[in-house]
Write a protein that binds this ligand. Structure first.
Ligand SMILES: Cc1ncc(COP(=O)(O)O)c(C=O)c1O
Length: 438
């Protein structure tokens, strides 16, 4: 019997962490108000709570206009439509992100162009964008994740020089700031997700923010079945769809937005303390802070497991051991999208891959992004945000467990265990064994 819980020792933590999502009387009363009003949404448009929430959310990030929509994937589709993306045009995306960042580009018959991530931030590496630009490039779509921002100074410089639109995927970054500008309000359009694990949630939901009235009008029409927008100054007529949010969701999101700054402070203090405790632990490394990021939004705490420092112990074994110590964690949180089983792209279904070419583009095999691949398959460790919403003692448990696994790593060499097998599985395979991620 070893010291680690996975080899029969006593786990560091047996108590559950703070539950997520959190709700109070604010959500309860709001839901009751909507329920008894019998106006559950989403039509008439913009509906009362959806409109008020969207405006508050936009202003909170420093944008003029906001729309609350059905989910974050649709928010990206709406943003692409708002900038007027045309079939056959190209959009630069980071290789390391959720598949929902990329799918909408294909859906609109355009082409995603994958670019590797920066090893210091795990976000789109702005230094590599220029090489990926072609005359067909229409937009850059950075994703702010791992408590970091892509280098928005460089991305905006490039975009303005080449007349490209910038759409920020801020699914992980509500409340974050770059040079005191809110996430999503730095580029042309910002997209957010309120799916159940996110920093603000109504189970599902999303938002689009912008300061460009023309983009706002086009987005409004597209998400409301093509109807004229409320201001209709630009008189765009387009085929639209029903991507509206319900009033039940909007009223929950209002309460969640009010709570966000307070929760962010608690999370941040605990994450700073956690990092101090781990600092100097051999074999672990951290993403680099950037002073231009003036407020961190911490959806997940991400650090690096350096497998070459633990020979014979793959990351899945480290994660399986950490999970068995009572700490929720993940490694294959994202994969390079082009390699993901959730991205079975086939040129027969997506005509843009073949247009003007003798052979269709083979998105799955034409890319190799070494930093994204190392992060996804060997190095990144993701800890969910809600475990940092508790006390100092909770954070000590997380740090103690990580340090305990590092100190007793020899117990994991050659070990086979179901907890390790699960951690080696991709997200596409996991639902067969795991009901809920967090
Ligand atoms: C980076 C990123 N982009 C887009 C999305 C899509 O959001 P949704 O799940 O609300 O459709 C998510 C959500 O998981 C995400 O994490």
């Amino acid at each position: 019997m070893g010291r680690l819980a996975i080899t029969g020792g006593k786990p560091v933590r047996t108590k559950p962490f703070a539950s997520w999502p959190i709700y109070t009387q604010r959500e309860r009363q709001g839901l009751l108000r909507v329920l008894t009003s019998r106006n559950w949404g989403g039509y008439p448009f913009p509906n009362k709570f959806a409109h008020v929430f969207a405006q508050k959310f936009a202003r909170f990030h420093g944008a003029k206009y906001g729309l609350a929509v059905a989910n974050g994937t649709i928010a990206i589709e709406i943003a692409l439509k708002a900038i007027g993306l045309q079939p056959g045009e190209e959009v630069i995306v980071p290789a390391y992100t959720w598949e929902g960042t990329v799918g909408p580009i294909l859906l609109l018959n355009a082409l995603p162009v994958f670019v590797d991530i920066d090893p210091d931030t795990y976000c789109l590496d702005a230094r590599l964008i220029e090489k990926a630009l072609t005359p067909k490039t229409r937009a850059i779509l950075p994703v702010h994740l791992a408590m970091r921002f892509a280098d928005m100074d460089e991305i905006m410089r490039l975009a303005r020089a080449r007349n490209l639109a910038v759409i920020e995927d801020c699914a992980h970054a509500p409340g974050g700031k770059w040079r005191h500008q809110g996430a999503g309000a730095i580029g042309d359009v910002g997209c957010f997700s309120f799916q159940s694990s996110k920093l603000m949630t109504a189970g599902e939901g999303g938002a689009v923010i912008t300061s460009n009235l023309e983009y706002y009008e086009r987005a409004q029409s597209y998400m409301n079945c093509g109807r004229a927008s409320v201001t209709d100054k630009f008189r765009h007529r387009l085929i639209g769809f029903n991507y509206r949010i319900t009033e039940l969701q909007a009223v929950i999101l209002q309460a969640q937005l009010e709570r966000l700054p307070r929760q962010a402070k608690v999370r941040q203090a605990n994450m700073d303390y956690f990092e101090k405790r781990l600092c100097g632990a051999p074999g672990l490394d951290f993403l680099k802070p950037d002073p231009r990021q003036t407020r961190v939004a911490a959806y997940q705490y991400v650090f690096k497991y350096l497998p070459e420092r633990f020979p014979g112990v793959p990351r899945a074994a480290f994660l399986g051991a950490l999970q068995t110590e009572g700490i929720p964690c993940d490694g294959l949180f994202y994969e390079p999208v082009y390699r993901s089983a959730l991205f079975p792209v086939d040129a027969k279904e997506w005509p843009a891959l073949s247009w003007g070419r003798s052979e269709a583009l083979d998105l799955k095999n034409m890319y190799h992004c070494p930093v994204a691949e190392r992060a996804a398959y060997e190095e990144a460790v993701w800890l969910p945000h809600h475990i940092f919403l508790g006390s100092r003692k909770d954070t000590d448990d997380i740090a103690d467990a990580v340090l305990k696994v590092c100190e007793n790593i020899a117990e994991l060499r050659g070990l086979k265990h179901p907890a390790i097998e699960v951690k080696a599985m991709s997200r596409a395979e996991r639902p067969r064994v795991e009901k809920r991620q967090w």
